[in-house]
Design a protein around this ligand. Sequence first.
Ligand code: NAD
Length: 491
Amino acid sequence: MHTSSELKEYQNIINGNSSPVSSGKMMDSIDPATGKAWAKIPLSTVEDVERVTASARGAFAAWSSLPARVRGDYLRQIGDMLDEHGEELLNLETRNNGWVRDNYNYLNIVMKQLWYEAAGTASNMGSHGKTVQMGRDNFGYTLRKPYGVVLGILPWNAPLFTFTIKAAYALAAGNTVIIKPSEHAAVASLRYGELLSEILPPGVINVISGFGSDIGDALVSHKEVNKVSLTGSKATAEAITKASAGSPKSLIFELGGKSPNIVFQDADIDKAVNGLINGIFTRNSGQICVAGSRILIERAIFDEVLLRMKEKIQDSYIKFGNTLNTENTMGPIANLPQYNKVISYIKIGQEEGAELVFGGRSGGSILLPGDSDYADGYWVEPTLFKANTNTLRICQEEIFGPVAVAVPFDSEKEAIEIANDTSYGLAAGVWTTDLARAHRMVDKIEAGNVWVNTYGIVGADLPFGGFKESGYGTDSILDYTQEKTCVIDFN
Ligand code: NAD
């Protein structure tokens, strides 16, 4: 890291060194709470792509040849390193993407536990193979082998989480890794990469920042890149599929969602109301792939639940302000294009006839009056619409902001129909005290993750992935290995 002006400059991580990009160009990173530049990041070029792929390829033979137990030891050191640097990284992430710093869990579960979990899994890789006797004369067995160079492409909303979930298992399996963070939020990833490169051998972890439009195709189509794992939008998944067609490679896509959060009349209503609010509004302002953006409520309790949500929101449950202050519960939208998109969907909801239950306002000077620091920040109020149909654009399209729509239903069958009436299939929540109903809903909902009487919990030792247009594959150790089969004649 270098400081050349008032703004700190963060550099790519290539071959273990924090070296300046060849083009020398830098761009501002914007703090969404203030709308002002706070750091500088490299705008990499295709020459940097050549350097970074050569770095990762050069380190692969030695890294993949290490006993898995030794790779596991490195990963445990990374987990330990977070005791010292976790706070620093989380603060950088908050400046990057505006998520409120509320959260010890994020550090503990998402980052430390993932490194420790991946370290343990590495040592057990042998148990994933199988051995069979084929007839009288042959044994067959399988081995799990790393792909080679894995490219992890990150979204702007959760850089540290997506960096960790991609790098930890890919490295554990013996791959070397290139991380391409989003141009909107690269600082935390560049610093994370720097810290990792102080522990890992040179070239094992690399981080290259820049626009997808400048370096995306060159990275994805590169013959030295063997596997690509994207967390991002469907449009980028399409671009990657096309760009990689000439040099086919294994792909993981973790894409968007329009997740239903479903409340039955028999639910614990207090708990459900908290779950509905936290599922979309607090901490990340709805900028999370699993946001419970469609709130389906049994008609008999529809008005009551909406009223309770409104009262809770108005009762200062949502606190805007300094995102580094852990007492605040809701941050800004992470960047200007997304801010404009969220505001446009509030307008679309009004134009297509949905009724506003609460919210709808935006702008730092309106939502944080009297605090000039935030006047130009990208602040949007928690906003809830209600609608009688699931066909509106605000019910079907991912908004990725603190904007939800509530739709009533009359039966379990109808709740399932509405829940599945979306091209996405990432997540769902079910609030009920009827155990049999809970199991039926888990069985019938078309989504990769279903939460019952809770929402949004992820575990380091559980897979996380989507159904339908929410993607395929999970960032697990098996997804970062390819299976080799051997048949041997023993006569
Ligand atoms: P995005 O698709 O615009 O960008 C994601 C990344 O792809 C960025 O690093 C970008 O630079 C890069 N990119 C863009 N064009 C590229 C190209 N042609 N080739 C290679 N890389 C390219 O997504 P975003 O706006 O950063 O993130 C929001 C999206 O991510 C939402 O749809 C959200 O639901 C999804 N998301 C999904 C998960 C999940 O786990 N399923 C988690 C977080 C976010």
